[in-house]
Design a protein around this ligand. Structure first.
Ligand SMILES: *Cc1c(COP(=O)(O)O)cnc(C)c1O
Length: 381
């Protein structure tokens, strides 16, 4: 992955000048910093960033510059990345299953917050991590609602088990907290409501005063033209429900967005390799590359077609099957895309809102996916 030092005006200027043969992700530091400020100003608690969503140095650097002081990390690799770029930031190690060697690295690097969802993994932490000033956050789950992708399938204790774990963590001298992840791309603010109320029930069942409640990630980015993310409404709902559910025992709140912070700060382009016999469109990137998430989370319709001079195609919209470059048949953008009917070989498909789970999951399968990140002043083509 190359990183251009030049700052370009916009994707069109880059296309005109460079005529890239490989896919490019355009990064707008201004959009990322504005998203960070929106969370910091609007969320009623601490804002941390889930590093896995987009672990590019430029993302960590710009979030840090905008005032993000905590990072959700899942591995020693992510911890070292944060230590290198934002050495004073808090690290929340919220991957509930860890090897002993990984726990040892976290202790060494000064991690003071861990999540857990099982008795075996809690005992490992109690054995290996000094309890002094250290938080253990019990992660619980509810039957899913409202998200594009179910996070509860892998992690999260039931409400009953969570109450037992919370009690045990408090008795072992740790700062007792709770956490959940409502699922990713939650366009319905109410996805958070039942979780926050359940957290208050768990605290009562355990008879423990919870220090912090981490309400997860899950904040959506702008993927469908018609569905504008209701971020401020979600903050207001979280604030109101936390007070209703906990009353005087309201814990400090934490959030750990990934997609909601970095999703809209990147725009992706892929070159049209061929329009095969006038029908199917073949791109130089696909589901084994930066477009890996589209079959999992759903299509983005904020798409444009530009020609090799960076000018927008304005033909009538026509439905097309679009394939990626590898020899695998599943390498296809799900469904059909509505694209300008004058699309031609050598054009570029522009997809907005591509900052989350794109650089991180690019596989290089079949020798494709040589992705460049280029910094731009504006993401408008
Ligand atoms: C992936 C993840 C996040 C970020 O999720 P988004 O839906 O991208 O906001 C936050 N917390 C944990 C524990 C995660 O695993």
């Amino acid at each position: 992955m190359g990183l251009s030092k030049t700052i370009w005006t916009n994707p069109s200027e880059y296309i005109r000048t460079v005529q890239p043969e490989n896919p490019v992700l355009f990064f707008s530091p201004a959009v990322l910093q504005a998203a960070a400020r929106r969370f910091i100003d609007g969320f009623p608690g601490m804002v941390t960033y889930a590093v896995k969503t987009n672990p590019s140095d430029v993302v960590i650097e710009n979030l840090s510059a905008a005032g993000v002081r905590g990072f959700d990390v899942a591995s020693p690799g992510e911890m070292r990345l944060v230590k290198r770029i934002a050495p004073d930031a808090a690290m929340h190690y919220n991957n509930p299953v860890r090897a002993r060697a990984e726990i040892a690295v976290a202790v060494e690097l000064g991690v003071k917050s861990y999540s857990v969802d099982s008795a075996t993994e809690l005992e490992k932490l109690i054995e290996m991590v000094p309890a002094q000033d250290c938080e253990i956050s019990v992660r619980f789950k509810l039957p899913v609602a409202g998200a594009a992708y179910n996070f509860g399938a892998k992690f999260g204790a039931t409400v009953d088990l969570a109450a037992q774990l919370l009690k045990r963590a408090a008795e072992a001298g740790f700062i007792p907290s709770l956490t959940f992840h409502p699922g990713t791309q939650c366009t319905d603010p109410h996805a958070w409501e039942s979780y926050i109320r359940a957290a208050a029930d768990i605290a009562r069942m355990a008879d423990v005063t919870v220090a912090r409640l981490n309400v997860g990630g899950g904040f959506p980015n702008h993927r469908l033209q018609a569905v504008v993310p209701q971020i401020d409404e979600t903050f207001a709902l979280i604030d109101r429900v936390a007070t209703e559910a906990f009353g005087d025992a309201r814990p400090m709140l934490v959030c750990e967005p990934g997609r909601g912070l970095c999703g809209d700060a990147f725009t992706h382009i892929a070159k049209v390799k061929a329009v095969r016999d006038g029908a199917h469109v073949f791109l130089n990137d696909g589901v084994y590359g930066a477009l890996a998430e589209l079959p999992l989370v759903g299509i983005i319709d904020r798409i444009e077609v530009v020609d090799g001079m960076g000018a927008k195609r304005r033909g009538e919209l026509q439905s097309r099957i679009v394939f990626g470059p590898t020899c695998d048949s599943v390498d296809r953008i799900p469904g059909e895309l509505m694209l300008a009917d004058d699309i031609a070989e050598g054009d570029y498909l522009v997809i907005h809102g591509m900052g989350a789970y794109s650089v991180a999951t690019n596989t290089r399968f079949n020798g494709f996916g040589d992705l460049t990140i280029a910094t731009v002043l504006s993401l408008k083509v």
